[in-house]
Design a protein around this ligand. Structure first.
Ligand SMILES: Nc1ncnc2c1ncn2[C@@H]1O[C@H](COP(=O)(O)OP(=O)(O)OP(=O)(O)O)[C@@H](O)[C@H]1O
Length: 222
């Protein structure tokens, strides 16, 4: 069995004294593709935050809201995915005049999410679905071995969403994705973890599950 990439042992989380996650035992192994399902408010984003805190330097993150700098170009928003691995001087130069190698590489990543034409566009001028794809491109560009993404395709149709998840799997060895589309989760991942009221209530291989089995835990579209 592959080495654990991330481990939580009896983890909990609270906001302002209110416990929202409790007794979480979860090991994510290298190479796994895990979907995190559960009703709104079940604790998915909080759990992804705990996982991210385990090894931020190895994790490419797609936050729930795309979290782009609206006044900067799509190029610069994607470039930010690797900010911490470049010198301050290189980053400052890039703000004014991007190097052609960086421009080409970011352009290549944008092509994978269908946004090559938008490289010069101000991020704030894009649609919600386009912004979400820029956020994914930033994580693809980061290339950390583990990708954690919080509803990364919620603004896309199922076909487009499946294409984006496939691109993620091409770049990142290990995926942990909060998803609301059960069918997409079953098709695109190999392990399903379901949260309900802050606890893990199901953790099973996707091949052993179907939408009907998951419906009691889940209020979304099956
Ligand atoms: N910053 C915060 N301050 C206070 N309470 C919070 C905060 N963030 C989340 N919560 C609460 O913690 C619980 C879990 O929230 P969380 O965002 O982790 O759930 P979720 O499953 O990701 O929901 P959704 O699918 O709606 O994003 C909810 O009851 C929520 O109201």
């Amino acid at each position: 069995m592959a080495a654990p990439a991330l481990t939580l042992s009896n983890a909990s989380a609270a906001y302002g004294g209110r416990t929202v996650l409790a007794g979480i035992d979860l090991t994510i192994r290298a190479g796994e593709r895990v979907a995190l399902l559960g009703r709104s408010g079940a604790g998915k984003s909080t759990l992804l935050g705990l996982l991210h805190a385990q090894a931020p330097e190895r994790i490419a993150l797609v936050p729930q809201s795309a979290a782009l700098v609206r006044t900067l170009s799509v190029f610069h928003n994607v470039y930010m995915g690797r900010l911490d691995r470049r010198s301050t001087l290189h980053n400052l130069r890039t703000l004014v005049r991007p190097a052609s190698a960086d421009w080409r590489e970011v352009g290549g990543v944008l092509a994978r999410v269908g946004l090559a034409e938008a490289i010069r566009t101000r991020a704030g001028a894009l649609s919600g679905g386009q912004q979400q794809r820029v956020s994914v491109a930033r994580a693809l560009y980061n290339r950390g071995p583990i990708l954690i993404a919080d509803e990364p395709v919620s603004a896309l149709d199922r076909v487009q969403g499946a294409g984006i998840l496939a691109e993620m799997a091409r770049t990142h060895e290990t995926l942990v994705l909060a998803l609301h589309d059960v069918a997409l989760a079953l098709a695109a991942t190999d392990r399903i973890v379901v949260l309900d009221a802050g606890r893990i209530v199901l953790d099973a291989p996707a091949r052993d599950l179907d939408a009907a089995r998951l419906s009691p835990y889940y209020a979304g579209t099956a």
